[in-house]
Design a protein around this ligand. Structure first.
Ligand code: ADP
Ligand code: MG
Length: 269
């Protein structure tokens, strides 16, 4: 089994909403678990789409990543199984909406997630994960900063649309700032082009532009726009379980092997 002692922590971040962060967290996580990795998805978005998309029920009194960040619970208290082997989720609740303000008043406000993950790793009876994927909200707020401060690397989903590159420079500047002040180990795992539409020449143009700017930081794998991908969450299932054969599922399987390859290269370096 490709188990490692310390988990690789990847933050799925982009301050734009609707670019495929959550879809990528769910389906990359599922594809990694399918090849034997042990995966935890940490839902940091108050909307909780990663939790519901994995079929994890959100209940009013439930403790969530909010309580972990506020120091009222440990990750082990909130982690639930997705029902998929080797794939767990630390769900979010709407409480997270208030976290930004509340966090700003407590100590180590940017390291709350990093500290919680460290305590999880130090817990001898906690499950060991080889990948922790943090699904960020569509903002560069303290929740996203917590993910970037905890992460080994950021994975950026970028939608193949006209303004794709707009905002990316701001995101990469934030990455540099976090690297400079909060988390020197932070790197860019890669940029994944999402919702690629073959019939739309704009998609191809955007993909070319992004590759010419970012070079091999962009994964070879492109996630196509695929109706099965958008249907799957309403069934509380990753698309890989909803329709294993569809183009979206196959793309996420290829993305997972690229991510694993990059991790191996990084470790060997
Ligand atoms: P984000 O987390 O960045 O806000 P989501 O992953 O929630 O973005 O995706 C936004 C919307 O686009 C969702 O309704 C999702 O189902 C849909 N979507 C994401 N990826 C695809 C895809 N490859 N094909 C079709 N629809 C997609
Ligand atoms: Mg999302």
């Amino acid at each position: 089994m490709p188990q490692t002692s310390t988990p690789r922590i990847l933050a799925l971040a982009n301050q734009k909403g609707g670019v495929g962060k959550t879809t990528t967290a769910i389906n990359l996580g599922t594809a990694l678990a399918a090849v034997g990795e042990s995966v935890l998805i940490v839902d940091l978005d108050p909307q909780g789409n990663a939790s519901t998309g994995l079929g994890v029920m959100r209940r009013p009194q439930q403790r969530s990543t909010y309580h972990v960040l506020m120091g009222e619970a440990e990750l082990t208290d909130v982690i639930v199984s997705s029902g998929i082997p080797r794939l767990d989720c630390a769900p979010s609740t709407m409480d997270l909406l208030g976290a930004e303000l509340e966090l700003s008043e407590i100590s180590r406000k940017t390291y709350r997630l990093a500290d919680a993950i460290q305590r999880l790793e130090a817990n001898p009876i906690a499950r060991r994960y080889s990948y922790i994927l943090a699904d960020c909200p569509p903002s560069l707020n303290l929740l996203t900063i917590n993910a970037l401060s905890a992460a080994d690397a950021i994975l950026v989903p970028l939608q193949c649309e006209f303004f794709a590159l707009e905002g990316l420079s701001q995101l990469l500047k934030t990455v540099d700032r976090v690297k400079g002040s909060l988390n020197p180990k932070l790197s860019v795992q890669g940029v994944v082009l999402t919702m690629f539409d073959r019939r739309n020449s704009l998609s191809e143009q955007v993909a070319q532009d992004v590759r010419s700017v970012l070079g091999d930081k962009v994964y070879q794998t492109v996630i196509p726009r695929n109706v099965r991908v958008s249907e799957a969450p309403s069934h509380g299932k990753p698309v890989l379980l909803y329709d294993h054969e569809c183009a979206g599922s196959q793309a996420y399987i290829r993305l997972a092997s690229e991510v694993i390859r990059r991790e191996r290269d990084l470790r060997a370096a």
